[in-house]
Design a protein around this ligand. Structure first.
Ligand code: AMP
Length: 301
C-alpha cells in the first residue's frame, strides 16, 4: 500500500476502476466497512485522510479532533486500501478557497441549522476530492444521513461522473454508532450515549408494528433519550432521504435522525427506513461482535 501527499500522486496511483472513501481519519470499523463495500467493485481503492478545517465552527473541536496517521495507515491497509491520500492543509487549500459549494435547502436543516457553514465545508472538500481524484465510485456512511443526501445532490447538480454508494451504520456491540468522537466520552457518558440508538431501535420496533405517524416515531426516540440521565436531546426528526424535508408520515424513503449532547460531546445517529415493493424496512445497521478498534492505539492495531 502507498501513502501519498498530493492529488497528482494519488491520480498517478489510480488505474482501472477507482474507488474513493473520504474520511477525517482516526479510523474505526465504520470507515473500514466503506473500504470493504467498494473493494470488490474497483481496481484501485483509495482512502483519503484529512481533518477539514472548513467544516468545523469556531467553537467546535478542530484542534482536539483525534489524529494518528500511523494507526490509520495500518487499519486502511488491513481493510484492503491500495492508496492512502493524506494531504496537508497547503495541498488541500493552497489559498483560502474563493470558490465553495453550497447546497441549498437540504444543507440548511437539522445539523445545518445548528452548525452554520458545516455542510458548505463538507460539500467543498468532497467536491475537491471528486474533482482532484476523479473516482468512478465513492462510498459514504448512512451514519451521516444528511451529509449523504447533500453529497448525492451535489454529485447530480455538478455532473460528477462518480457513483455514490451509501453504506449501513456500523454499531458497537450495545448499539452505539461508531464515531471517532466516541473517544471523547468518559465511562458514565459512554453508558448514557447508548440511549440514542436505543431510542431509534424503539422507533424502528414501532414502525415494524405499523406506526407511520412522524411525530409518534419521533416521540419513541425522544422518550428514551430524554429519560436517560446525562443525555440532552437536541433534535429528533423524521426526514426524507431525498431532500431532508421533515415528514409527517413515513410514506417514502426516510431517516429518523437524532442529535444529542452527552456531557460536552455532541453525537448524531439515525435509522434509515427504506421501501421495497410498498413495504417499509428499517436499516438497523451492523453490530460488531467484539470491542471496536476505536479504542486501540497505533501500537496495538
Ligand atoms: P468521518 O471521518 O467522520 O468524516 O467519516 C468518514 C465517512 O465514514 C463518512 O462517509 C461517514 O458517514 C462514515 N462513517 C462514520 N461513522 C460511520 C459508522 N459508524 N458506520 C458507517 N459509516 C460511518
Amino acid at each position: 500500500m502507498t501513502v501519498v501527499p498530493t492529488f497528482a500522486a494519488a491520480r498517478d496511483c489510480a488505474a482501472g476502476r477507482v474507488g474513493l472513501v473520504p474520511t477525517m481519519g482516526f479510523l474505526h470499523e465504520g470507515h473500514l466497512s466503506l473500504l470493504e463495500a467498494l473493494r470488490p467493485q474497483c481496481d484501485t481503492l483509495l482512502m483519503s485522510l484529512f481533518v477539514n478545517p472548513l467544516q468545523f465552527g469556531p467553537t467546535e473541536d478542530l484542534s482536539r479532533y483525534p489524529r494518528d496517521l500511523e494507526r490509520d495507515v495500518a487499519l486502511a491497509e488491513s481493510a484492503g486500501a491500495d492508496v492512502v491520500f493524506a494531504p496537508d492543509i497547503d495541498e488541500m487549500y493552497p489559498e483560502p478557497p474563493a470558490t465553495s459549494v453550497s447546497v441549498a435547502d437540504l444543507a440548511f436543516r437539522l445539523d445545518g441549522e445548528r452548525r452554520p457553514g458545516h455542510f458548505k465545508g463538507v460539500a467543498t472538500v468532497v467536491a475537491k476530492l471528486l474533482a482532484g481524484i476523479q473516482p468512478d465510485l465513492a462510498a459514504f456512511g448512512r451514519k451521516d444521513a444528511q451529509q449523504l443526501a447533500i453529497i448525492r445532490r451535489l454529485v447530480a447538480d455538478l455532473s460528477f461522473p462518480t457513483a455514490v454508494v451509501g453504506c449501513p451504520i456500523v454499531r458497537e456491540m450495545d448499539g452505539l454508532a461508531l464515531s471517532s468522537r466516541n473517544t471523547y466520552l468518559d465511562g458514565d457518558e459512554r453508558d448514557a450515549a447508548v440511549a440514542l440508538s436505543r431510542g431509534l431501535m424503539a422507533a424502528a420496533d414501532a414502525a415494524a408494528e405499523g406506526e407511520r405517524d412522524g411525530r409518534a416515531l419521533e416521540a419513541f426516540a425522544l422518550g428514551v433519550m430524554a429519560s436517560t440521565e446525562g443525555v440532552e436531546p437536541e433534535y429528533t426528526e423524521l426526514a426524507s432521504q431525498h431532500d431532508v424535508s421533515r415528514l409527517t408520515e413515513l410514506d417514502r424513503p426516510a431517516f429518523l435522525a437524532v442529535a444529542a449532547r452527552v456531557g460536552p460531546t455532541r453525537l448524531i445517529d439515525n435509522i434509515h427506513f427504506d421501501w421495497a415493493a410498498g413495504e417499509v424496512s428499517a436499516d438497523r445497521g451492523i453490530r460488531l461482535t467484539a470491542p471496536s478498534v476505536l479504542y486501540t492505539t497505533s501500537e496495538e492495531v
